[in-house]
Design a protein around this ligand. Structure first.
Ligand code: FES
Length: 113
């Protein structure tokens, strides 16, 4: 299946995403740091991302996901859990772009610093 280009704000690399794959799966497979404290079972909100391009191509969020996002900081209408948002179809925009909220990135850096 066609791989869709995936860009991350502030990161010069171009990643990719396959239809059916979650953002967390794609991140882990390609060395993109995306926190996932609960291991990807929708029980935390550390994998929160904002999908700034291509959002409509992803699976609909479940009630559980929306509950977790209520707990997350810096959320908006384009917020998703990286472990739950699966690409369902090629996006009309041709690419997917995400932003990993700054406080998440900081938490990761502090954890390794
Ligand atoms: S990794 Fe915990 S909800 Fe996604």
């Amino acid at each position: 299946m066609t791989r869709i280009p995936l860009r991350v704000t502030g990161d010069d690399r171009t990643f990719s995403l396959e239809p059916g794959q979650s953002l967390l799966e794609a991140a882990m497979a390609q060395g993109l740091a995306l926190d996932h404290a609960c291991g990807g079972v929708c029980a935390c909100s550390t994998c929160h991302v904002r999908i700034t391009r291509g959002l409509a191509a992803f699976s609909e969020p479940s009630e559980d996901e929306l509950d977790q996002l209520d707990e997350a900081r810096g959320t908006g209408l384009d917020s998703r859990l990286g472990c739950q948002a699966r690409l369902e179809r090629p996006p009309a925009e041709g690419t997917v772009e995400i932003t990993i909220p700054a406080w998440n990135v900081n938490a990761v850096r502090e954890g390794h610093g």
